[in-house]
Design a protein around this ligand. Structure first.
Ligand SMILES: Nc1ncnc2c1ncn2[C@@H]1O[C@H](COP(=O)(O)OP(=O)(O)OP(=O)(O)O)[C@@H](O)[C@H]1O
Ligand SMILES: [Mg+2]
Length: 211
């Protein structure tokens, strides 16, 4: 079984300690991350997504330590950041094809997958429009859709349902649960979420620790 282990992870920015000593092993299934604003949920997901390195401790992917095993993890990773600047001049489809190329997907597979995902979350009619014209909720769905490309074995979703109406949020939830049947999926959320009954664990991030 695949596993992503955090062993004594700490992250500080200057003198500010955000995460002090976090140990947890993620296995396939959905893990929800909750906790107050500023607790370090996004920081934890950035570390898992290898967008930043911990200041102490180590991550391991299937028993192999990062940073050595970083490339192996990146190849199977989908990441939807909480806040990201999108390329406004591209259409959603052009942006998705760019991400798919970075993930090593063929154009035809990428097109098929992006079509299916956007269809399932009500974004399909807009994929040939420029991102500049997108609302907040459309941007959130696009960020989610690019993370899902390539059927990632590790999926890190940072507030994927923020700004979405409850019906659209449920559509994303269905795709998230489907992926969580075989993948390691971690998702931050402020809300006592509808997904909680389906999650293998709910972790609370606060005071630099995860419980
Ligand atoms: N690059 C950075 N430099 C300095 N401090 C940072 C940096 N990134 C995050 N922080 C600090 O780390 C703490 C945790 O931030 P983080 O975004 O991880 O919290 P969060 O739990 O995701 O919050 P929210 O629920 O509001 O999204 C905050 O105090 C934040 O100011
Ligand atoms: Mg956050």
């Amino acid at each position: 079984m695949t596993s992503l282990a955090l062993d004594g992870i700490g992250k500080s920015y200057g003198r500010k300690v955000v995460l002090a000593d976090v140990s947890h092993t993620f296995t396939p299934g959905l893990t929800l991350l909750t906790g107050p604003s500023g607790a370090g949920k996004s920081t934890l997901l950035r570390l898992i997504a290898t967008a930043e390195r911990p200041t102490r401790g180590a991550l391991s992917w299937n028993g192999a330590k990062l940073p050595g095993a970083r490339q192996q993890l990146r190849r199977v990773l989908g990441y939807a950041p909480q806040a990201v600047d999108l390329p406004e001049d591209l259409t959603a489809r052009e942006f998705a094809m760019h991400i798919a190329a970075l993930k090593g997907l063929s154009l035809s597979a990428a097109d098929r997958q992006f079509g299916a995902i956007t269809d399932a979350i009500g974004l399909h009619a807009d994929i040939n429009n420029r991102i500049a014209s997108f609302s907040g909720g459309m941007r959130r769905r696009l960020i989610f859709a690019q993370a899902m490309l390539g059927a990632p074995e590790v999926l890190a979703l940072d507030e994927p349902t923020a700004e979405l109406d409850s019906e659209t949020a449920r559509k994303l939830g269905a795709l998230i649960l489907e992926r969580a049947q075989s993948a390691i999926v971690m998702m931050t959320t402020h809300l006592a979420d509808e997904l909680a009954p389906h999650a293998r664990a709910t972790l609370r991030v606060s005071d630099g620790a995860v419980a």
